[in-house]
Design a binder for this molecule. Structure first.
Ligand code: HEM
Length: 376
């Protein structure tokens, strides 16, 4: 039930130890919104987020302290709940810089990061437009789902008439650890997820792989990051019929310990050269960890921060379940390189990417400023 500072050099919610719950929301800006209105929205979102992350209401006396004759400024369902480790992280989608018709509505086109464009089509993509894209995003993470939902609900409410919710996703059971102090959680395939992740303690590796550096350009994004979101459906009914040994071969790690199949314990580096008695590689050539490893991808790494999801079931009685994959990287190229390499991944038989979005996440906010102020 701790509170993380909202203000800082980087936005919270990236290297912050991954909380247990997620509510992620992508917004479309209204066609009537102009530059001044956008700045006002970001200012109001910043003020509200700074309070919410400290366990406060949207405004002083927000839920029940106001007039009997006006709707309350805060919706009230987080009254009495602590901050619960809430972090609120804002991002800007490609459409904020130039809209679908190519118009530069906010005078930002010249400042668009060159790499901020819709991701290329990947083999096997089955993307649904209504679960993809967005001009703005908010990632709310907390250890209490009610606190995360309260944050997204109230920020959506503040945006009324200026930005509308395009899609949103709830997540539970974080699928990544982002600090060495955390035990590695498991995804819905039952495997430890996050073992070889970049972590808060990785220091200079974060500058190399997560934070946009001043020299990268554009200047306003220095200290920020690129966020990729992918809603990955898991065909768990098929997966649950796969033999344990084959499940482990597909991942390249043991299911219990999470150790690489080349030997050792969870945090032993995988040895992709190691072969068994018959000369076959101990970590299969199609294993997820081999293809995702930086040695297969020109050194590309990323900070994964995804969550499990189960959104009910379909008419055939199959759970609509999977992994809401979130990764932060210094350039989208890192994600693109790894995702292209994963075209050969044996796991793909059990996966379907149905949602996709990309956002530029500005650096942290200084007190008295609004999020992304350097852009304007
Ligand atoms: C590692 C599962 C999608 C990138 C792993 C591991 C598991 C796993 C079990 C090993 C433990 C670990 O180091 O975290 C999954 C599942 C996915 C999925 C079930 C889909 C539902 C992706 C995607 C990407 C990705 C879309 C990026 C394009 C990575 C990376 C590693 C990894 C970079 C670390 C590899 C290493 O350095 O050893 N994943 N993953 N994964 N995954 Fe995934």
């Amino acid at each position: 039930a701790s509170a993380y500072p909202f203000f800082g050099a980087h936005q919270a919610g990236i290297v912050t130890p991954a909380q247990d719950r997620l509510h992620f929301a992508a917004f479309d800006v209204a066609s009537t919104l102009d530059r001044t209105g956008l700045i006002e929205l970001l200012t109001e979102w910043t003020d509200a987020a700074a309070r919410l992350t400290q366990g406060l209401e949207v405004e002083e006396g927000g839920a029940v302290g106001g007039s009997d004759y006006a709707p309350p400024a805060d919706t009230g369902e987080a009254l009495g709940l602590p901050a619960s480790g809430l972090t609120i992280t804002f991002g800007f989608g490609p459409g904020l810089f130039t809209d679908a018709s190519g118009a530069d509505r906010f005078g930002l086109a010249a400042r668009r990061p060159a790499a901020l464009e819709s991701l290329p089509r990947f083999q096997g993509d089955a993307l649904q437009p209504e679960r993809s894209g967005g001009d703005l995003c908010i990632q709310a993470c907390a250890d209490d789902p009610q606190v995360a939902v309260h944050a997204i609900r109230n920020l959506s409410r503040i945006a009324f008439g200026r930005a509308t919710l395009r899609w949103s996703q709830l997540g539970f059971g974080r699928t990544s650890s982002t600090s060495t102090a955390q035990a590695t959680p498991r995804n819905l395939f039952g495997f430890k997820d996050g073992t070889a992740n970049l972590k808060a303690e990785d220091g200079s590796a974060l500058d190399d792989h997560v934070w946009v550096q001043s020299a990268d350009g554009p200047a306003w994004l220095a200290g920020g990051s690129f966020l990729v979101a992918r809603r990955i459906r898991m065909i768990i009914e098929n997966w649950d019929r796969v033999q344990l040994g084959e499940q482990e071969q597909l991942v390249g790690r043991s299911k219990g310990e999470g150790a690489p199949l080349s030997g050792g314990t969870e945090f032993t580096e995988p040895d992709f050269e190691a072969t068994g008695a018959t000369g076959t590689p101990l970590i299969d050539t199609k294993a997820h960890v081999r293809l995702a490893h930086h040695s297969s991808n020109g050194g590309a790494r990323m900070l994964r921060r995804g969550y499990n999801f189960v959104d009910g079931n379909d008419e055939l009685g199959r759970l609509d379940a999977g992994l809401f994959f979130l990764s932060y990287q210094r350039s989208p190229e890192q994600f693109i390189a790894v995702q292209r390499s994963l075209a050969a991944d044996g796991l793909n038989e059990y996966l379907k990417h149905v949602g996709s979005a990309i956002f530029a996440v500005p650096a942290g906010v200084r007190e008295g400023e609004y999020v992304g102020q350097a852009l304007f």
